[in-house]
Design a protein around this ligand. Structure first.
Ligand SMILES: [Fe+2]
Length: 359
């Protein structure tokens, strides 16, 4: 419906009435005079649009909205997807399911390697599990490096870091001075608290396993954060506003970045957990603030280390695990024997891109 302010639209799958201003519509037209239909890039000069621009006629033609303009310029064209996407309707088919003690997933989401490699449906199921639960597993992978690499590249190119692109993780390797390269127990943590853009996803592909223990532990950091928001609002405020530095130091490398342990988005939703006490860099606040930080950080630590909140997954040769490093924390039980993992990180936008392309 055209009004003096713009175009008001009610979407079928939402009862909300949304109004798009005429200026916004002129700026977002999908017609070829204002938009490159191939690259989907804007070509209209936003900064030269007349502030008084208005639509004079609105029609629906072949599922597209067509607007004629007061300045007589080429009509604007709008797909329903553009308008609904702009107001956040129908952008993701999956819904996050947070889990914690008492609400752990009934089953470990698992897809067959062959399905992931040879069908889009198999890949979609795996990535949807990660979007929903924060993790998903693959089984029956041939336990060799080239199969692991194929699995990695089904999602996208691996992210290069100081650990390489696709790396090997085993206590027998001494490539890096990190606790991950040992047999000891590791508390659940986030990777990359020392990176301004912590890896979005992490993958472990097990190619060899003997001995006992060594289960991967997973905790849903978003569920923990929501529990703190409900039960201890003061700690939640401290954790979302106190900037915590992380660092990684080895010969020739000194990485450092900082952000709150619980980062919120512009709507107040939890967007990212950054919790790694091993990698926390020295920080000093006024004593009272520091004491409150230690208290709040301790509340987070307590919940993250409550074993009732853990999922323990033992990866044997041929098993792979992909998880959301912004949402879940991961750790490892102590182990004996041989445990060879091939791992990699993916950038968050590449994971999201693959999901959009899969549709
Ligand atoms: Fe880690």
């Amino acid at each position: 419906m055209a009004t003096s302010d713009g175009l008001s639209v009610t979407f079928a799958n939402s009862n909300k009435l949304e109004t798009f201003s005429w200026f916004w519509l002129y700026d977002h037209s999908e017609d070829p005079s204002r938009y490159n239909t191939e690259t989907k890039q804007r070509t209209v000069d936003t900064f030269k649009i007349d502030k008084r621009i208005a639509g004079t006629n609105v029609e629906l033609v072949d599922d597209r909205v067509v607007i004629n303009w007061s300045d007589g310029s080429a009509p604007g064209l709008y797909s329903v997807g553009l308008l609904s996407g702009a107001v956040g309707i129908g952008t993701d088919r999956t819904k996050q399911q947070l889990w914690l003690a008492g609400s752990l997933p009934d089953q470990i989401p698992t897809v067959e390697f062959e399905q992931v490699i040879s069908t889009d449906g198999g890949l979609r199921d795996w990535l949807d599990a990660v979007a929903t639960f924060g993790f998903g597993t693959v089984r029956n992978m041939p336990p060799d490096e080239s199969s692991a690499e194929r699995l990695v590249r089904r999602i996208g190119y691996p992210r290069e870091t100081i650990f390489g692109g696709v790396w090997k993780l085993s206590s027998e390797l001494e490539d890096h001075s990190d606790t991950a390269y040992s047999q000891t127990f590791l508390e659940p943590h986030s990777d990359g608290t020392y990176s301004h853009d912590a890896p979005g996803l992490q993958m472990f592909c097990c190619t060899e396993r003997t001995g006992t223990g060594g289960e991967s532990t997973l905790v849903d950091g978003f569920a923990v954060a929501e529990q703190i928001r409900r039960q201890d609002p003061k700690a939640f405020a401290t954790l979302t506003t106190t900037i915590v530095p992380g660092q990684y130091i080895e010969a020739g490398v000194h990485l450092r970045a900082e952000r709150p342990a619980i980062r919120l988005d512009q709507h107040g939703n939890v967007a990212q957990i950054s919790f790694n006490n091993y990698d926390r860099a020295p920080m000093k606040l006024a004593n009272a603030e520091m004491a409150e930080f230690y208290r709040a950080y301790g509340e987070l630590h307590k919940r993250v280390n409550d074993r009732n909140n853990w999922l323990k997954i033992r990866l044997d040769a041929g098993d792979a695990l992909l998880f959301d490093n912004w949402r879940l924390l991961h750790g490892r039980m102590e182990y004996t024997g041989k445990r060879l993992f091939i791992g990699c990180y993916h950038n968050r936008e590449d994971f999201e891109s693959r999901r959009r392309i899969l549709g």
